[in-house]
Design a protein around this ligand. Structure first.
Ligand code: SAM
Length: 201
């Protein structure tokens, strides 16, 4: 057993948390908000019909958009309520309940590695801190040759960017490109958000 994710600790403390989150994104979708910015970046990183893992997929907005763009998407999230919402709102991808710290998709019948892994929406900051490095190792293990991971999270969430880079290096991942937004602004020392495109070292 791994340490419980911060997200599931929140759910345990507030059983309405998942429903609140699901409804928040449904309301934004109804309002016509742009919920596919991360997916557009990842779509530009890969060939057509690529294999993409949406790691910490939540209710499926990123993986759903990538599937609509023609990619073969698997989404994994630790929160069963969010996976149920992803199945309802974004049919097509394979949505699976699981903790990223225990990610072993081959053991669950998903044997083809991924051209890209997308980990959007501050997932890294919702992991149990003791599992961060292990999650990055598992990302590395699920990448196809030439594959890359796109990981985005904000500053001020108790996971310093420097610690993240150290964890990534220990996991065998190195920066391919560092951005501060999903619409391709460069990362600087002052950036309050990081979008790290990582490749196997
Ligand atoms: C803010 S949501 C972002 C969801 C989605 N990536 C998006 O951007 O719409 C954070 C997500 O991280 C997931 N998460 C946190 N820790 C996790 C873990 N250890 N394994 C899998 N998912 C995790 C939560 O369940 C939640 O869905």
């Amino acid at each position: 057993m791994v340490e419980q994710s911060i997200w599931m600790q929140k759910v345990a403390a507030d059983p309405g948390h998942s429903t609140w989150y699901i409804e928040r994104f449904r309301a934004m979708a109804r309002a016509g908000d742009d919920l596919a910015g991360e997916a557009r970046l990842v779509d530009a990183m890969v060939s057509r019909g690529a294999r993409i893992l949406d790691a910490g997929c939540g209710s499926g907005r990123v993986g759903g958009a990538l599937a609509e763009a023609g990619h073969d998407v698997v989404g994994v999230d630790v929160d069963p309520a969010l996976i149920e919402a992803a199945e309802q709102d974004h049919p097509g991808p394979r949505w699976m309940v699981g903790d990223l710290a225990e990610l072993d998709l081959a053991a669950r019948g998903v044997t083809t590695p991924f051209d890209a892994i997308v980990c959007a929406g501050n997932v890294m900051a919702f992991l149990a801190p003791s599992t961060r490095r292990e999650v990055l190792k598992r990302f590395r293990a699920h990448l196809a040759p030439g594959g890359r991971a796109a990981i985005g999270f904000g500053a001020g969430r108790d996971y310093e960017f420097g610690d993240f880079f150290a964890d990534a290096a220990a996991a065998g991942l190195e920066p391919d490109l560092l951005l501060s937004t999903w619409d391709l602004r460069p990362f600087t020392d002052d950036s309050s958000f990081l979008v790290a495109l990582l490749r196997p070292a």
